[in-house]
Design a protein around this ligand. Structure first.
Ligand code: IPM
Ligand code: MG
Length: 352
């Protein structure tokens, strides 16, 4: 099992260290870990946020475990050299179009949600975010108009096959859960969304067992704080999924708790090749202080074991250890506590 670990910037190395301790403790046979530089550190050491040697490692690996990228010192670089291009480049180069972002309330954290405990307690949803298209990857520039004014633009587009393949991921995920799928778009304004909606309706014919509905993204943002328990699986485009998944994280208490999987069509001998990362960023303000919550990173490791290595039992063990640590009162600063990064890692290891 070839695992590429790209820790990245900011708190990335600190949280990755904890995930690797958990991986080591599982003592799985035949694990090989490779490392590579991504993000700001990639740019500093190799002149590029996704150096060719790192990309080659990712291509050869069965799965990628990814920390975080983002470095304020790189904010003024041209866009192609900014740290974020590492993750966007990997998603694109590896064809990782399906992003799974589960959000579930952990027992004991209800009062830490930004929502009322009785509202937050019902959260158990999965955001299926398209990851290879949309306004993220369309033509973009800042240009000067004939009259001298500057204009920024980013082209939003989805081809029908791009919508169809993520639709199938959404419907299949709903079949495995409680059988409800909500497709989120902005079809009242955007043609991209109208096509999205038309294709979703076409694909829904293949899944008569799934209760399928549409929701406009502004309404979805509202419903997510009004009554998040109504959602099971949400399928949506790249930009809306980015925004709604951050929002969902606050509903469960902290962005330090949400893991994600980015999957494509490549099958290895073990499972689906994928990239696994916390949904949070590099948190440069707390980097190096030992305060970062490593749980989203550890939960990303669990998702890797499940989706890329077919090790459901090990994934469930890791998730149970995390849930137990939280139930026992382990709290990082993000949850109003004082437990540091390695203390949280210790707590998970002890329960594992
Ligand atoms: C995420 C992040 C990324 C995104 C950034 C770092 C490019 O916000 O994974 O949600 O926008 O996809
Ligand atoms: Mg985001």
């Amino acid at each position: 099992m070839k695992i590429a670990c790209f820790a990245g910037d900011g708190i990335g190395p600190e949280i990755m260290a904890e995930a690797r301790r958990v991986l080591a403790a599982l003592d799985l046979p035949g694990v090989t870990v490779w490392e590579g530089d991504v993000g700001g550190i990639g740019w500093r050491r190799h002149g590029h946020p996704l150096p060719p040697e790192t990309l080659a490692i990712a291509q050869a690996a069965d799965a990628v475990l990814f920390g975080a990228v983002g470095d304020p010192a790189c904010d003024d670089l041209e866009r192609a050299l900014r740290p974020e291009q590492a993750i966007l480049g990997l998603r694109s180069a590896l064809g990782l179009f399906a992003n799974l972002r589960p959000a579930k309330m952990f027992a004991g954290l209800e009062s830490l949600s930004a929502l009322r405990p009785e509202v937050a307690g019902a959260i158990d949803l999965l955001i299926v975010r398209e990851l290879n298209g949309d306004v993220y990857f369309g033509e973009k520039a800042i240009r000067t108009l004939p009259d001298g004014r500057r204009e920024g633009y980013d082209i939003m587009s989805y081809a029908e096959d791009e919508v169809r393949r993520i639709a199938h991921v959404g419907f299949r995920a709903a079949q495995k859960r409680s059988g409800r799928l909500t497709s989120v778009d902005k079809a009242n304004v955007l043609e991209t969304s109208q096509l999205w909606r038309d294709v979703m309706v076409e694909v829904s014919a293949d899944y008569p067992d799934v209760a399928f509905s549409h929701m406009l993204v502004d309404n979805a943002a509202m419903q997510l704080v009004r009554n998040p328990g109504q959602f099971d699986v949400i399928v949506t485009g790249n930009l809306f999924g980015d925004i709604l998944s951050d929002q969902a994280s606050m509903c469960v208490g902290s962005i330090g708790l949400l893991a994600s999987a980015a999957l494509g069509e490549t099958q290895t001998q073990f499972g689906t090749k994928g990239l696994y990362e916390p949904i949070h960023g590099s948190a440069p303000d707390i980097a190096g202080t030992g305060k970062a919550n490593p749980l989203a990173m550890i939960l990303s490791l669990a998702m890797m074991l499940r989706h890329s290595f077919g090790r459901e039992d090990d994934a469930a063990r890791v998730e149970a250890a995390v849930a137990q640590a939280l139930a026992d009162g382990v709290r990082g600063a993000d949850l109003g506590g004082t437990d540091g990064t390695s203390a949280i890692g210790d707590a998970v290891l002890a329960r594992l």
